[in-house]
Design a binder for this molecule. Structure first.
Ligand code: CTP
Length: 396
């Protein structure tokens, strides 16, 4: 997704600048071309030499050399870029941008750009929450700048709070999603379940399945990058989203998951039930480890789990409901039956008949089924691309 993309990285002077050589390294690894422009104070936090080595290009921190009169054509630099990422964006830089001030190389290059611009603010908790800063950020967003909201965590001041710039892998994920163009989901809440259930037999054993949670995590990332509020029900040891969801609900058993989904679904606009749910659980969970000699493992009595999805379909108040079906044979036939039986608005068929699709892969090939409509067949592509196409079809 980032291969051959020209990314102009603008760095302003905050402690989070230490994350930028790593961000640039990841961008280069993903195949992007990178150039860097720095505000004067950024050079106090990160060395131009490190950035030049990581990006493989000279960096720009001054508009001209006072000794030689050599000047940088900032317009050329700005027009070179397919996208500009300003990270960290300090309160001062955000405020200068909102007022179109051009008093350093970073700002003048930014104002000359025609490409999309993403900013990753970084500052202390109270600065970030200050209404004045929020006003400037809103103003920039209204003018088309995409804001990568800072996260919650340890800040340089010693405070714990909002204002921590996103990590390099998260910045990269935002850029990837940006190029995939997901529908804007600002103001929408997505509830996504992901990963497999585990049905305990005793304190150390369980009945589980092969789900890795990669598809659910990709959906959560795309939704978050598209501006949604994301509530993520996550199976034990399954893939975590790169972008931090607004709420995470860990689950183990189908009954845990049922409780989470039924309590959260009424407030969600979209419900993606991507979790792989065990249809049966052991009738009895032993409080002590079942000993081999006791013969207790020779036969395990099972009882049926509730169909969570079907239960959600019957809720008096709920958002758009999306089920997933993993099939190993006769995929379309089984999926059509599930669509009717479970009374969902969409059913995503994940067929293991296709190479590179289904459990554990980084790629997927799915079809989208909807009552009364022709199915939509998506090509084999990365799970992130699949997630964007699912969201763009379902949440449009
Ligand atoms: N599902 C659910 N509760 C269950 C079983 C499945 O909510 N007890 C949901 C899954 O999360 C998925 C959809 O139903 O969104 C289809 O799951 P799948 O395992 O493919 O279908 P099953 O109903 O279990 O049918 P079968 O195992 O016979 O294919």
């Amino acid at each position: 997704m980032l291969a051959k993309k020209r990314v102009l990285v603008g760095i302003s002077g905050g402690i989070a600048a230490y994350k930028m050589p790593e961000t640039i390294r990841l961008l280069k690894k993903a195949g992007a071309e990178v150039k860097v422009v720095l505000s004067p104070s950024a050079c106090d936090f990160v060395s131009p030499l490190s950035l030049a080595v990581c990006s493989g290009n000279p960096v720009t921190s001054e508009l001209f050399d006072v000794h030689t009169g050599h000047w940088v054509n900032h317009v050329e630099l700005a027009l070179w870029a397919d996208i500009m990422l300003i990270a960290p964006a300090t309160a001062k830089t955000l405020s200068s941008m909102a007022q179109a001030h051009t008093d350093n190389a970073l700002l003048v290059t930014w104002l000359s750009s025609r490409c999309p611009v993403l900013v990753a603010p970084a500052m202390d908790h109270d600065m970030w929450l200050s209404p004045l800063v929020q006003d400037q950020v809103r103003r920039l967003a209204q003018h088309g700048t995409q804001v990568i909201p800072p996260g919650h965590g340890a800040l340089a001041s010693g405070l714990i709070g909002e204002g921590r710039m996103q990590e390099p892998s998260q910045l990269l994920r935002h850029l990837e999603c940006f190029f995939l163009k997901p529908t804007n989901l600002w103001g929408k809440t997505l509830l996504i379940s992901s990963g497999g259930t585990r049905e305990a037999l005793d304190p150390v054993r369980f009945l589980g399945n092969e789900s890795t949670g990669k598809m659910g995590a990709a959906l959560a990332d795309v939704a978050k990058a598209a501006g949604a509020t994301v509530w993520f029900a996550q199976g034990k040891n399954s893939q975590e989203p790169v972008l931090t969801p607004d709420r995470v609900f860990p689950f183990q058993s189908a009954l845990d998951l049922q409780q989470i989904m039924e309590s959260q679904a009424p407030a969600a606009d979209y419900i993606f039930m991507a979790a792989a749910v065990a249809d049966y659980r052991p009738k009895k969970v032993e409080s002590q480890k079942i000993k081999k000699q006791s013969g207790g493992l020779n036969q395990i009595d099972l009882t049926e789990n509730p169909d969570i999805l079907k239960g959600l379909a019957g809720l008096p108040k709920r958002g758009t409901l999306v089920g997933f079906a993993l099939e190993t044979e006769h995929g379309m036939q089984h999926a059509r039956q599930k669509l009717d039986r479970k009374m969902v608005d969409f059913l995503v068929l994940n067929s293991m008949e296709h190479e590179g699709a289904g459990l554990g892969h980084d790629t997927n090939k799915v079809s989208i089924l909807q009552p009364g409509n022709e199915e939509i067949h998506l090509p084999l592509q990365s799970k992130l691309q699949t997630a964007v196409q699912l969201i763009n079809t379902i949440c449009s």
